[in-house]
Design a protein around this ligand. Sequence first.
Ligand code: GDP
Length: 355
Amino acid sequence: MAEENKNLRTPIVCVMGHVDHGKTTLLDQIRGTAIVKGEAGAITQHIGATEVPIDVIVEKCGDKRLADKFIVPGLLFIDTPGHHAFTTLRSRGGSLADLAIVVVDINEGFKPQTIESLNILKRFKTPFIVVTNKIDRILNWKSHPGESFLSTYKKQTPEVQGIFEQKFYDVIGHLYEQGFSADRFDRVTDFQKTLGVVPISGLTGEGIPDVLMVLLGLAQRFLESSLHYDVNGPGVGTVLEVKEEKGLGTTVDVILYDGSLQKGDTIVIGCLGEPIVTKVRALLKPRELSEIRYESKFQPIPKVTAAAGVKISAPDIGDALAGAPVIQATPETLDEVIEKVKSEIDDVQIQTDTD
Ligand code: GDP
């Protein structure tokens, strides 16, 4: 690993697509991937997001040589799917998500929210992949849980492969209609020109190793410059949710995408009026399942480094706004940070629906 690349942060990934096409199931499958490894103690639990570390991805893909090929530490999936989450969660005027997955049910094809998702990603210029989900529902498909797509595909009969091809190329056709040149991920030579499409089953996990691998490849190719960050720089993040918690009062769940944050730090949070200036009383992460005997679901941590999902407990944060910026300040930078938060808040859309 090259010295200058050591501080690339984890890319943030958002899942989008039409209702019932399998966004939640895909995220559950990915979370399962992460938790299996967690039993060996390697996973970090996050608030509002799931991190899949690079070693888990490499293990899933069964090729250890890949570990040296990738210079990002893993992938951080936002647990809330949908384009509402994508557009509400802003960072520096763009989307908080560095990458996206558009889920299309291979048996249903394109639907209105599929097209909406594609249009949003075009507008934000976010690199993304499409997954054609529910391949296990293709007539007579034999599932091979957790295997790569090509591995399971080769084990299907020619008839089943034929049905698959027809449905798959229908989706590719729809993508052309929307202005995208697209092809099956393993046939794409230049992801800048051609959109990669990965056939999967969120239910059986078929194709999931490919999804993780293609996302890493995209991050590596298109995001390297935007993933550089300063581990010791001021913490910068976006409010995911404002939540009342028993025993803690109002808390904000934050996705930190730059720098780091410590207990006691001064932070500025965006709201509809003057930005909130407050001090971090506690930084909290979910407790491991094995520690369930504790009364609180959360465990205090002294420090958090991007990219990460964390719950912040602090006084006077009731007016904080989902999608608003959170920036750490020092006495020297406070005025400047307040101005910055004020100017960024103009971009924030207030959360009004529930997808
Ligand atoms: P969302 O609305 O996009 O989040 O969709 P869900 O993940 O809630 O899935 C909608 C329904 O489709 C649920 O009943 C899932 O169990 C089912 N489903 C999702 N993915 C798959 C899949 O890959 N195969 C099959 N057979 N069913 C799936």
